[in-house]
Design a binder for this molecule. Structure first.
Ligand code: T4K
Length: 391
């Protein structure tokens, strides 16, 4: 059987596009900024944003930042973590960089193969007398094994931190995922499902931590004349807060839209040999559909992930290999000794491809992406002379 060759898209289909609120709404907010001439340093919109998010997350224990990376870095600094921290190699590199900047040694532990989060079964073996915390990642918005990690942290008296950069809008048992563990970091970067242009937030259990984080993100200032600790500058500004407030109004429809896109991918690609998608999270999870990862099994699909990734570009489809390479394989972390062979993480990193998913992506274009993937699948195109190799 030969499938008809699909047409390339006229303009690029990226892995993601930021949601932009109606411009008139944003301009109204800009007028407020012009009226006050207050642009930075905990201005009225940042304060409004903080209180809106406090209601949204049902806690006052949160703190806003100019990006997620500095939020995480400051979290580790503020909690005075040191020694070793157990973490996942399967994430965006910022997760580990935040440890590095705190002079903490990252200890990489493998992920579980279903939803790619840190495998609690393998964490215990990596705990040493120097371990101070576990830093797990709700990768793609999939919740980590929260109970198992909490039990381990309790048993070994470790701080439990979550990089929840992808998990805005994810609820577990009816509450935001940020309520689990000692602290969670959310990223509000433009490429995220929910964004404030750039931005980040910490949510934490210990009410006393807020004061420390507030010092650290604002040079350590207590008042005009006193600096109580060597802080940095990681403050969110008014334009970011305005965007965050406006985008928040559209969160539900955005997630609904992504749910539809996810469903189209699952149905259109279900019979493609060698493609596997992670199952949707369990029923007690309200998922946010932040990403659409697929694994390409080269033998069954007929070519490797990298070939598919390159071929898609010829059709103007820019999928991404989130997360390849593994963090531990970047040149700056390669020399770290690691006892866990990271078998699952290595396999997944070789196979993973995240397909386009964003609010403005039309369902007919999702179908077209699926047609292209099918057309590029050598196993479905027995007669097509492909120059693709099975790598
Ligand atoms: N922890 C985790 C698990 C993370 O994933 C991240 C960030 C962090 C921590 C750190 O949080 P932040 O400090 O960033 O708040 C992107 C993002 O820059 C990064 O925020 C994100 N993770 C990572 C997964 O993805 P790139 O280098 O892949 O982005 P880029 O510029 O190639 O953008 C991807 C696509 O998005 C483009 O091909 C087109 C589209 N795009 C992008 C931007 C910025 C737009 O259409 N408009 C835009 O403005 O890292």
């Amino acid at each position: 059987m030969t499938l008809p060759q699909p047409q390339a898209f006229d303009s690029p289909i990226y892995v993601t596009r930021p949601f932009l609120p109606p411009m008139t709404d944003f301009i109204e907010g800009l007028e407020r900024i012009w009226d006050t001439a207050w642009l930075a340093n905990n201005g009225p919109l940042v304060q409004q944003y903080q209180s809106t998010l406090s209601s949204f997350f049902e806690t006052d224990n949160l703190c806003l930042f100019n990006n997620g990376t500095l939020a995480l870095q400051i979290a580790l600094q503020g909690l005075k973590l040191a020694g070793e921290v157990i973490t996942t190699p399967y994430s965006f590199v910022a997760t580990t960089h935040a440890l590095f900047w705190n002079k903490i040694r990252p200890v990489f532990v493998d992920i579980e193969p279903t939803h790619y989060t840190l495998d609690p079964e393998k964490v215990e073996a990596a705990i040493t007398p120097w371990t101070s915390a576990i830093l797990a990642v709700h990768v793609y918005g999939y919740p980590c094994r929260l109970d198992a990690l909490a039990a381990l942290a309790k048993k070994h008296n470790l701080v439990l931190l979550y990089d929840a950069a992808h998990a805005f809008g994810v609820n577990v048992n009816g509450r935001s995922i940020g309520h689990y563990g000692d602290l969670s970091m959310f990223s509000f970067h433009a490429t995220k499902l929910y964004h404030s242009i750039e931005g980040g937030m910490l949510m934490f259990a210990d009410r006393g931590a807020k004061k420390i984080f507030d010092y650290l993100k604002n040079f350590g200032f207590e008042n005009e004349t006193e600096v109580v600790m060597p802080g940095t500058n990681a403050k969110m500004n008014e334009f970011q807060a305005l965007m965050g407030l406006e985008v928040l109004k559209h969160l539900e429809p955005m997630i609904h839209r992504r749910r539809q896109i996810d469903a189209v991918y699952r149905s259109e690609l279900r019979n493609v040999p060698g493609l596997r998608f992670p199952p949707l999270p369990a029923k007690n999870v309200d998922y946010n559909f932040a990403y659409f990862p697929v694994e390409i099994e080269a033998q069954e699909f007929g070519c490797g992930r990298d070939d598919l990734y390159e071929e898609l570009k010829r059709f103007n489809v820019f999928a991404r290999r989130y997360f390849y390479p593994l963090i531990c394989d970047y040149v700056c972390y390669r020399s770290l000794q690691n006892t866990d062979p990271l078998r699952e993480a290595r396999q997944i990193a070789q196979r993973i491809l995240t397909l386009p998913i964003y609010d403005a992506l039309r369902l007919e274009d999702v179908k077209r992406v699926c047609d292209i993937v099918r057309w590029l699948c050598p196993r479905l195109q027995g007669s097509r002379n492909l120059s693709l190799s099975t790598s």
